[in-house]
Design a protein around this ligand. Structure first.
Ligand SMILES: [Mg+2]
Length: 375
C-alpha cells in the first residue's frame, strides 16, 4: 500500500469558546492507492500562517507520495530533512510536518487495523481526569463563577481559565480584581476541583508582578499557573519558582524536541504543554512526552483545536505516564462536534483510552467542505 495523494485543506470557523473569533486550521487528507484516508491537522490560527502551511505541505507532498504510510518515523525524518533551511528550529515547517504526521498515524492504524494508542505501545492509564479549558466571559465575577459551575456540573474535575482574552472579563491586568476572581472561583467550585490559570498573549507581567500575583494565588491552591512569564524567561521563572508554591507550566510555544529539551533543561518548568498540531505531530509529541517523563515532570496536551488534534492528543496522553489529565473545551464547537460522527467527551469527569482503527474518528467530508477557506 502506497500514499497516492496529499491534500492540504485550509478551514476556518467561529470558535464559541473564544467569543466566536474566527480560527484558522490547516487539515490534511492523505489517501492511499487503495482508497484508505487518513486525517491530520495543524493549528495555524491565522490566515497567513494557514496559507504558508498549505504551501509547505504541498511542497513536502512529493516526499510522502509513493511511500508506505506505516513508515511514519522514516517519513518524519525525510520531512525534517526537507525543512533544513526554512524549518531548522521549527515554525511553519513544524505545522506542516505535524499535519502530515498525524494523518500518517491515522492511516497506519487503519491499514494495520489498530488504534494509534496501540501503535504507540498501549495505554498506561485506565482513565484520566477531564477538566474544562476555556476563557472567562463576563465582567461580573459572580457571573463568571456561575458559568464555571455550569461547566463543572457535567462532572468535569476542574477548570483552566485563560486570562487576557477577548470579552469583558478583564483578567490578568489588575492585582485586586485577579485575586478577587481566583478567590471567588475557589469558593464557588470548592476545594476538590482543580483550578489552573493560563496567561494569554495580551498579559505582559514582569517578574515582580508575576511574583506578587502568584503569591496571592498560592493561598487558593492553584494546580498550576501557565506562562506567567511567557514562553521563555528561565531566569525569571527561576526567581518566580523560588518565591511561590504554585506549579509552573510552559512550553506550548515550542516546536521541536530540541526546543522542549531546552525548556526542560532550565529546571524551571513543572508542567510542559505540547500541541501535536504544532510540535511535529504524534511522532513529535510522543518524543517530547518521553523526555518530560525522563525529567520527572508533567506533560500536558495543548488540545484546543479540532477533533483530529483532540484524538491525536488523547492517544499520546494515554501512552505516557507523564500526562496526568486531559483538557476539554466546555462549549460545543464546529470543529469538534460537527466535524466527526462521534465527538469526544467525558464520562462523569473521566476520559478513557481511545479505540481505533487509527485515530478512531470518522471525519465528515461535507463538514470539511462547509468550513473550507481559500487561505
Ligand atoms: Mg496555554
Amino acid at each position: 500500500m502506497k500514499v497516492k495523494k496529499v491534500e492540504a485543506i485550509p478551514v476556518n470557523y467561529p470558535e464559541p469558546n473564544d467569543f466566536n473569533a474566527l480560527r484558522h486550521l490547516c487539515l490534511v487528507r492523505i489517501t492511499t492507492d487503495d482508497g484508505v484516508v487518513g486525517w491530520g491537522e495543524s493549528v495555524t490560527m491565522w490566515p497567513e500562517s494557514n496559507l504558508a502551511t498549505k504551501a509547505v505541505i504541498e511542497g513536502m507532498a512529493e516526499l510522502v507520495i509513493g511511500q508506505d504510510p506505516v513508515n511514519t518515523d522514516a517519513i518524519h525524518r525525510s520531512l525534517k530533512d526537507r525543512a533544513w533551511w526554512y524549518g531548522y528550529a521549527g515554525g511553519i515547517a513544524s505545522f506542516a510536518i505535524a499535519a502530515i504526521d498525524i494523518a500518517l498515524w491515522d492511516l497506519k492504524g487503519k491499514v494495520l487495523d489498530r488504534s494509534v494508542l496501540e501503535l504507540l505501545g498501549g495505554a498506561v492509564h485506565e482513565r484520566l481526569p477531564a477538566v474544562a479549558s476555556s476563557h472567562a466571559h463576563y465582567e461580573s465575577i459572580p457571573e463568571m463563577a456561575d458559568e464555571a459551575l455550569e461547566w463543572l456540573s457535567t462532572g468535569l474535575q476542574g477548570m483552566k481559565v485563560g486570562f487576557g482574552k477577548r470579552g469583558d472579563a478583564r483578567l490578568g491586568f489588575e492585582h485586586d480584581r485577579d485575586v478577587a476572581y481566583v478567590g471567588a472561583m475557589r469558593e464557588a467550585i470548592g476545594p476538590d476541583k482543580s483550578l489552573m490559570i493560563d496567561l494569554g498573549w495580551a498579559i505582559k507581567w514582569d517578574v515582580p508582578t508575576a511574583v506578587k500575583r502568584t503569591q496571592a494565588f498560592d493561598e487558593f491552591d492553584i494546580m498550576w499557573i501557565e506562562e506567567p512569564l511567557g514562553a521563555w524567561d528561565p531566569e525569571g521563572y527561576a526567581t518566580l519558582r523560588s518565591k511561590t508554591r504554585t506549579a509552573m507550566a510552559y512550553g506550548e510555544k515550542e516546536w521541536t524536541v530540541e526546543g522542549f529539551e531546552r525548556v526542560l533543561a532550565t529546571g524551571t518548568v513543572d508542567v510542559v504543554g505540547c500541541d501535536p498540531g504544532r510540535a511535529e505531530g504524534i511522532t513529535g509529541f510522543k518524543r517530547v512526552a518521553d523526555r518530560v517523563e525522563q525529567y520527572g515532570r508533567q506533560a500536558n496536551a495543548h488540545s484546543w483545536s479540532s477533533a483530529i488534534v483532540g484524538a491525536a492528543s488523547l492517544a499520546v496522553s494515554f501512552s505516557s505516564p507523564a500526562c496526568k489529565l486531559f483538557e476539554l473545551k466546555p462549549l460545543d464547537n464546529p470543529m469538534q462536534h460537527e466535524l466527526v460522527t462521534t465527538p469526544a467527551g467525558h464520562l462523569d469527569g473521566w476520559v478513557y483510552p481511545p479505540t481505533g482503527p487509527g485515530l478512531g474518528i470518522e471525519v465528515l467530508e461535507e463538514v470539511v467542505e462547509r468550513y473550507r477557506s481559500e487561505s
